[in-house]
Design a protein. Structure first.
Length: 222
């Protein structure tokens, strides 16, 4: 049974992706900073979907903890064939550029770039042995259009995008697809485009069709 690991899993998009991939026979590892909360969510989703869903604790800026969580998930559920990297940025990353310091930017880069690098390095060897896999990045619109009021994410998401594109190019010959979903604005329940279930379907399509690197949930000017 294949396994998807969702880093930054919560009751919104993470839960919707769990339902969508569980429908296709996936086991699901939910990774979040808050162990009790993510374990409760995993138990609820396991009851709802009938799939094997487990919760693991890791802060993406703690590289050892992130590696350990992914290693334990692989031991419990099987090697990770799909990795979704979608942790929610801290409010400190959303300061205007003229108020942003080096001390503000460093944790944003640790969050978006070093966490992704750690996670991909942890799972790529298993994917190569399996003969393929998928890495899914989920970012806001500032990843492709910088916003002066949100300097931290504008810089760190752009760097994450560059890293993701390089992974896409470097891993495709190994059958590993790296794809990015850009979601401008907030995720909204009931929205025809940005409802969590709609976005989960889009992420399934990115995984199953393995097309271009970047997909937009909707246009940046819509």
């Amino acid at each position: 049974m294949p396994t998807i690991a969702i880093i930054g899993a919560g009751a919104n998009l993470g839960a919707a992706v769990t339902r969508r991939f569980a429908k296709e026979g996936f086991s699901v590892a939910l990774v979040s900073r808050h162990l009790g909360r993510v374990q409760d969510l995993a138990a609820d989703l396991a009851d709802e979907t009938g799939a094997a869903v487990r919760g693991y604790s890791a802060d993406v800026t703690d590289r050892d903890a992130l590696r350990a969580a992914l290693q334990q998930a692989s031991a419990d559920l099987g090697p990770v064939e799909v990795l979704q990297y979608s942790p929610l940025p801290a409010k400190e990353f959303l300061r205007p550029v003229l108020e942003t310091t080096v001390e503000d930017l460093q944790p944003a880069l640790d969050f978006s770039v070093h966490g992704l690098l750690t996670a991909v390095h942890q799972v790529q060897q298993h994917m190569r042995v399996l003969g393929g896999g998928t890495v899914l990045l989920v970012n806001g619109g500032s990843a492709v259009r910088p916003v002066a009021h949100f300097a931290g994410t504008s810089v760190s998401f752009a760097a994450e995008s560059a890293l993701g594109q390089m992974f896409h190019d470097a891993l495709k010959d190994d059958g590993i697809h790296v794809g990015q979903l850009i979601i401008p604005g907030a995720i909204e329940e009931g929205h025809p485009i940005k409802d969590p279930e709609v976005l989960a379907e889009k992420l399934w399509t990115i995984h199953s069709e393995k097309g271009e690197f970047r997909t937009f949930a909707q246009g940046l000017d819509d």
